[in-house]
Design a protein around this ligand. Structure first.
Ligand SMILES: Nc1nc2c(c(=O)[nH]1)N[C@H]1C(S)=C(S)[C@@H](COP(=O)(O)O)O[C@H]1N2
Ligand SMILES: [Mo]
Length: 340
C-alpha cells in the first residue's frame, strides 16, 4: 500500500539524488516556464549543498529561523562543554541547521521551521511508564532540573546521505534510565513524540503510523553516547529540532533520533519504530551507520556535508565505533538488518 504514496525519503529531493538527475530536473522546471518564485521550493532543494533557497535571504540559511523558545528552563544555559567528544570537521552554521530539518509532523519537506513554531512547550508532560518500579508523570521542567546538563559536539548522519555537525546541550539518557528505575524484565526503551493534529498538520496524513515512535535496547540507551538533548548551539533547543526533549544517537541514522518526546516506556518487546512500520524493507530497527551497506535505493558510502556541499566518506558507526561497536559484535544478524 505504501507504493501508492511517494516514498518518504524521496519527497525532499533526497540529497542522495545523483547530480545529473537533479540538474536534469531543474532544466525541466525551467523549460516548463515556471519562475523561480513559483518553484522556489523545488529548485531550492535541488541546489547542491545549499539547503536554504526556500526563503528570503542568504546563501547560508536564514537567521530569522533561529527563534529560541523562552521557557522555565532557559536559566540552565549555557552548560559546560564536555570535551571528550571531538569533531573532525567544523560545526554547521546554526542558520543552516535551523532551516533544513526533517520533522514530518510539520510536513514532509525540509522547511518546516516556521510551522514548527506552533508547538507549545509549556505545559509539557513527560510520562515514564511500562516496566518500571513506579510510573512517573512530571513536567519537563522538573525533569530537566534533575538532570546534569552538558554540551557535546556530535556529527549527525541522515539516511538520505547528508550530514551536519551540531553542538547539543543535554543529559545522558543513562541518567533518565536511572531516574526511571526499570525492573529487571525491561529490555527496550520506547520513545514517543507528541500527538496533536491541530498543531502538527503532518499528523493528518493518515498513511503514516503516528505518533512517531523510536526504540533502543537498554544497552544502547545506556551507552555513554546516547543523549537527551534539550539545547542546541548553547541555548534552549529550537522547536524545529524537537524541543523540549529530543533523543540524539549519533552512531545511528538520523531518523532514530526522535524529536519532541512525551513518553518513555520500558518494555520487553522490541518497539516497532515509525519508519520501520512505514517502510520496513528500507528502514530497520537497528539503523546503524555503515558505509558498506547501501540503502536499497542509494549508496551510503559517502555523505554531503550540508553547508559546504563537500562529499566525504561515511565512517562506520558514523565515526563512533570505539564507543559502540562492542554492542553489536556478537549479534548474528545480516548486515541488512543491523545497518539499515
Ligand atoms: N518526531 C520526529 N522525530 C524525528 C523526525 C521526524 O520526522 N519526526 N525526523 C528524523 C530525521 S529523518 C532526522 S535526519 C532528524 C533531523 O533532525 P534535525 O532536523 O534537528 O537536524 O530528526 C529525526 N527525528
Ligand atoms: Mo534523516
Amino acid at each position: 500500500m505504501w507504493i501508492k504514496h511517494k516514498p518518504p525519503w524521496e519527497l525532499p529531493e533526497s540529497e542522495a539524488t545523483p547530480e545529473s538527475v537533479w540538474r536534469g530536473r531543474r532544466q525541466i522546471i525551467k523549460s516548463l516556464g515556471f519562475g523561480a518564485a513559483a518553484f522556489g521550493l523545488l529548485a531550492g532543494a535541488c541546489r547542491e549543498g545549499v539547503p536554504n533557497k526556500l526563503f528570503k535571504s542568504g546563501a547560508q540559511g536564514d537567521k530569522e529561523a533561529i527563534i529560541v523558545p523562552n521557557v522555565l528552563w532557559s536559566d540552565q544555559f549555557p552548560a559546560e562543554r564536555n570535551n571528550t567528544y571531538q569533531l573532525d570537521r567544523e560545526l554547521t552554521p546554526e542558520a543552516v541547521n535551523a532551516t533544513y530539518n526533517n520533522f514530518y509532523e510539520f510536513g514532509s519537506h525540509k522547511t518546516i521551521w516556521e510551522d514548527a513554531q506552533a508547538l507549545s512547550l509549556s505545559p509539557w508532560k513527560i510520562t515514564i511508564d511500562g516496566m518500571v518500579t513506579r510510573e512517573k508523570s512530571l513536567d519537563v521542567d522538573e525533569l530537566i532540573r534533575r538532570m546534569p546538563l552538558e554540551e557535546r559536539l556530535y556529527r549527525l548522519r541522515c539516511v538520505e546521505a547528508w550530514s551536519m555537525t551540531i553542538p547539543w546541550t543535554g543529559f545522558p539518557l543513562a541518567e533518565l534510565i536511572k531516574f526511571a528505575e526499570p525492573t529487571s524484565q525491561a529490555r527496550y526503551l520506547r520513545m514517543e513524540t507528541f500527538m496533536d493534529k491541530d498543531v502538527a498538520p503532518g499528523q493528518t496524513q493518515s498513511w503514516y503510523p503516528w505518533p512517531y515512535v523510536e526504540g533502543l535496547t537498554l544497552e544502547e540507551a545506556s551507552n555513554e553516547l546516547a543523549l537527551i538533548a534539550v539545547g542546541t548551539y548553547g541555548h534552549v533547543a529550537l522547536k524545529q529540532h524537537g524541543a523540549p526533549l529530543r533523543l540524539v544517537v549519533p552512531w545511528k541514522y538520523g531518523f532514530k533520533s526522535v524529536k519532541s518526546i512525551t513518553h518513555f516506556t520500558f518494555t520487553d518487546k522490541r518497539p516497532v519504530s515509525f519508519w520501520e512500520q512505514s517502510q520496513g524493507s528500507e528502514y530497520k530497527f537497528w539503523a546503524n551507520v555503515n558505509p558498506e551497506v547501501p540503502h536499497p535505493r542509494w549508496s551510503q558510502a559517502s555523505e554531503k556535508i550540508l553547508h559546504t556541499g563537500e562529499r566525504v566518506p561515511t565512517q562506520i558507526y558514523n565515526g563512533y565505533a570505539e564507543q559502540v561497536a562492542h554492542l553489536y559484535k556478537d549479534m548474528n544478524l545480516p548486515d541488512e538488518d543491523l545497518y539499515r
